[in-house]
Design a protein around this ligand. Structure first.
Ligand code: HEC
Length: 170
């Protein structure tokens, strides 16, 4: 009889421990991010642009010059500056790209517009011309850039002249 009692007590203890473990499991799950394994598949808009969305004018010198003209023609320069150095719109010459610097991403920036003040040009500019603009923008700061901005010394500005004290006041 005594043995039976011990057996019952023992199984009760085992059950209690099991329940305890289960409780622990629940506590962890509710407090932390559930460890769900996620497979990383192809990311939309990932590294390789689809062939259909590739720049047909990449490296084309005629397209470069036309892109430069279109940049002024459509008054992109009005917001981005005469040589795309920035104005009301961000610089397209620097290394900072809000929406990516791949040809297809620049194409989308122009065609679809961007949230903070970049109009969508898709309905107004033929696709071929948008690619020419992309080609031009990609050439900025490279030796291929058509009509690059003049360096300060070429414009006749002497370094330091603006802040230097005139002779009479010395
Ligand atoms: C009315 C002013 C305005 C005009 C005109 C304009 N843009 Fe923009 N553009 C902007 C602004 C503002 C942004 C930044 C948008 C944002 O931050 O969401 C921008 C963003 C961009 C970007 C993305 C830059 C990046 O860092 O990813 C590109 C490329 C661009 N413009 C090209 C052009 C071209 C080409 C034209 C002419 C067809 C043009 N823009 C005309 C205001 C303008």
């Amino acid at each position: 009889m005594k043995t039976l009692f011990y057996l019952l007590a023992l199984s009760g203890l085992i059950l209690a421990l099991a329940a305890c473990n289960r409780d622990n499991g629940v506590a962890v799950a509710s407090g932390a991010t559930p460890p769900i394994p996620t497979t990383v598949g192809p990311v939309p808009g990932g590294a390789t642009p689809p062939a259909a969305h590739a720049n047909p004018f990449s490296g084309n010198e005629v397209a470069l010059t036309e892109g430069r003209k279109l940049f002024n023609w459509y008054n992109c320069s009005g917001c981005h500056g005469g040589h795309a150095g920035g104005g009301m719109g961000p610089s397209l010459r620097d290394e900072i790209w809000l929406y990516g610097n791949r040809d297809d991403q620049i194409f989308d920036s122009i065609a679809q517009g961007r949230a903070h003040g970049m109009p969508a040009w898709g309905p107004k500019i033929p696709e071929q011309q948008i690619w020419k603009l992309v080609t031009y923008i990609k050439s900025l700061r490279t030796p291929q850039e058509p009509d690059p901005p003049l360096m300060p010394e070429q414009e006749g500005i002497v370094k330091g002249s603006i802040n230097s004290v005139p002779e009479a006041q010395k």
